[in-house]
Design a protein around this ligand. Sequence first.
Ligand code: SF4
Length: 71
Amino acid sequence: MAKVIHEKNTCVGCGACAAVCPKYWEMGGDGKSHLKESSAAGDNFELTLENVECNADAANACPVRCIKIEE
Ligand code: SF4
């Protein structure tokens, strides 16, 4: 299992995650990205998956490192 965590307050809305992993990431009307089907957890958004899939690419592409993966 893998937990994907988006620290949304840190997100600068560059769009890199949505570019490399559109299955899970999209840009929102608030100028930040959104982790599809995630749940709010405090200031963060979280999604638990069987496999990390392209979220690893999203985490690596994020310039402010606000996408975390826990496996
Ligand atoms: S790559 Fe990082 S900073 Fe850029 S939109 Fe995605 S989460 Fe936000």
